[in-house]
Design a protein around this ligand. Structure first.
Ligand SMILES: *[C@@H]1O[C@H](CO)[C@@H](O)[C@H](O)[C@H]1NC(C)=O
Ligand SMILES: *[C@@H]1O[C@H](CO)[C@@H](O)[C@H](O)[C@H]1NC(C)=O
Ligand SMILES: *[C@@H]1O[C@H](CO)[C@@H](O)[C@H](O)[C@H]1NC(C)=O
Length: 583
């Protein structure tokens, strides 16, 4: 499947002539070295394809490509389009900054929301003062005090709740659902990554600019920076013929194989695209990102035209740390890490780094800026969970650039210990009467969680929906026939999942291990054989609330909405999300 072919091409991107710009130090990283290191990483970490760009302000960007962009063997190149996943967050933070800047310069014609007493709009404006009734949180203090910048610095006290949203909802519904979701910390107590808050920021941009969010970015960033292939629309990317096909580490019958998967966002409607846009919607190529990175390194001024496209104070703000992310350095060469807005900031051997990574099933990306050294590194891949490879690559490029000793980052990352994914009860096992699986059958829904689910038990559930669920598991799970008598199954079409199954833990009453999956019963791409994919969700479990032998609902843990300590027998109070039994 892999074509370990190396294609080296030099940038033809329209970067300004060297004379206008300060010169970066002369590169030690010759393309030849990096290319051979890249092919080593590509083979070691099973990369399908990768596109890399090294930007040195004032020089032509170096574009390096390795591997394939499609299963028919098309080579990746500087125009290959990838999802950049969470590297989209810097576009969201910059866009909100552009809106604030518009207000302060009187450019925006939309009046500030009336009746709010709002006289100015800046980073410390309260979200509630802009959104009014559209904004509410369970934590009343946070509801009234979350500032615009808190949304972007992952400081609202709210954990991800990534399984709460669905491509079937719209952006307004996503923002509305926040009022039902359980927080885990107080406002600004703890850095907690949250995609929904970036969706909320994109909603604010849209509301204040009166443009759909993807249109705002296209008009204010993509167009002036001549990022002509960049888009939020998977359809447009696909139609261009340049969208990379992508692979995940699959489980299931073809266990431990990489398998081709469809684009992770299953619904390509404008509505679904908007739901995903703020947190992870940008689709682009290294040739376009060279323009973005060059402009960021150049203080917001697009070098080719000299136009100040992005206000410098906005860039300074989003690239400055606000929340502590890694309060102690993870490695001796690195500093502590802080998070600004769409960017981490730390240092490598004293060189300032502004960096972000991006992960969705089938794509991994990394952008590193060295703002003082005026260097940028961009890596886009069409494989999932490739951070060890591209983080190693970025550090190697930095080491070569400054003549630093080579650190064996790949081995460090390979040896980093993996956390257990099994759900483990903390209390002592207890003797109890085991209820039949049929006790738990029914449809369940949690406030704030868009998709309800119906539990199905083999040989008891005969609805067409349950038959489909059994068919999907039967095709993709090799152990289905032996497990099916003692497992509950459900269809659960969130943005990231399709199904889950619950396996009772015989030692604890009403307690189940939970396995959350994306099932591909018909394969994907040319390979039609079934497989499943498990997103990186740890220690998922469920406890049913049973009163007088009647099931009232089920609490869940490990939904990317923790940490929350389970109190045995109290799933309603202690779970990440509690689903009431409806039918
Ligand atoms: C990189 O290239 C330089 C000059 O071409 C060479 O001296 C050096 O040994 C190379 N380094 C590696 C690790 O290949
Ligand atoms: C997957 O393959 C790698 C390399 O061959 C091996 O080290 C690893 O143990 C395998 N994992 C599983 C779950 O089979
Ligand atoms: C469950 O969700 C579906 C679609 O999201 C909806 O049509 C259905 O009415 C819901 N069922 C219940 C019992 O709420």
């Amino acid at each position: 499947m892999r074509a370990p072919l190396v294609l080296l091409s030099l940038a033809t991107a329209c970067v300004a002539s060297a004379s206008q710009l300060p010169l970066a130090p002369s590169p030690l990283a010759s393309a030849e070295n990096i290319t051979s290191y890249l092919s080593h990483l590509g083979e070691r970490f099973h990369l399908p394809g990768i596109s890399v760009a090294i930007v040195r302000l004032g020089q032509e960007a170096e574009l390096i490509n390795w591997g394939i962009a499609s299963e028919s063997g098309t080579l990746s190149n500087a125009d290959t389009l990838y999802s950049i996943a969470s590297n989209s967050k810097a576009f969201t933070a910059t866009s909100l900054g552009l809106v604030l800047s518009d207000y302060s310069t009187g450019r925006n014609v939309t009046p500030l929301p009336s009746g709010s007493g709002l006289e100015k709009l800046d980073w410390s404006t309260k979200v509630q003062d802009v959104l009014g009734e559209r904004w509410a949180l369970l934590d009343e203090y946070a509801e009234g005090h979350v500032q615009l910048l808190d949304l972007l610095s992952h400081a609202t006290g709210m954990p991800r709740h990534d399984l709460a949203y669905s491509p079937a909802m719209d952006l307004g519904q996503l923002v509305h659902s926040l009022r039902y979701l359980r927080p885990t910390f107080e406002l600004r107590e703890q850095w907690q990554y949250n995609n929904m808050m970036y969706a909320t920021a994109s909603y604010l941009v849209s509301l204040l600019s009166t443009l759909p969010y993807p249109t705002f970015v296209a008009e204010r960033i993509f167009a002036p920076l001549r990022m002509s292939s960049s888009t939020y629309s998977p359809q447009a990317a696909f139609d261009s013929g340049k969208l990379a096909e992508n692979w995940v580490y699959a489980a299931g019958p073809g266990q431990n194989e990489t398998r081709r998967v469809p684009y992770f966002l299953g619904d390509w409607s404008a509505r679904a695209v908007e739901v995903n846009a703020g947190a992870g919607g940008v689709i682009t190529c290294t040739r376009d990102l060279v323009q973005w990175v060059t402009t960021l390194l150049n203080g917001g001024k697009y070098p080719a035209t000299g136009e100040q496209v992005l206000p410098k104070d906005v860039l300074d703000k989003v690239m400055s740390g606000r929340s502590a992310f890694e309060p102690r350095p993870a490695w001796p060469e690195l500093s502590t890490k802080v998070y600004g807005a769409g960017w981490w900031r730390y240092s490598y051997a004293g060189h300032q780094l502004v960096q972000h990574s991006g992960n969705v099933p089938g794509f991994t990306s990394r952008i590193t800026l060295l703002p003082e050294d005026k260097i940028g590194i961009i890596s886009l891949t069409n494989g999932d969970m490739k951070d060890p490879a591209i983080e190693s690559l970025h550090y190697r490029i930095i080491e070569d650039e400054f003549g630093l000793e080579h650190v064996d980052w790949p081995t460090r990352f390979e040896n980093a210990k993996r956390e257990s994914k099994e759900f483990k009860p903390t209390e002592a096992p207890s003797k109890h009467e085991l209820l039949p699986l049929t006790t738990y059958l029914g449809t369940y829904a949690a406030p704030g969680y868009f998709e309800n689910f119906t539990l199905c038990a083999w040989s008891f559930s005969f609805s067409p929906e349950c038959q489909e669920v059994f068919d999907a598991y039967s095709a993709t799970y090799p152990s289905f026939e032996t497990d099916r008598q003692s497992t509950l199954y459900a269809h659960w079409p969130t943005l990231w999942t399709t199904h889950f199954r619950l396996v009772p833990n015989p030692d604890y009453p009403n307690l189940f291990s939970m396995y959350i999956d994306t099932l591909y019963p018909h394969g994907a791409g040319k390979d039609k054989s079934p497989f499943y994919f498990r997103w990186e969700i740890k220690e998922s479990g469920a406890e049913f609330l049973v009163e007088d032998r009647e099931v009232m609902g089920v609490g869940m843990w490990g939904l990317e909405a923790g940490p929350r300590e389970r109190i045995p027998g109290k799933p309603r109070e202690s779970s990440e999300a509690f689903f009431d039994k409806l039918l």
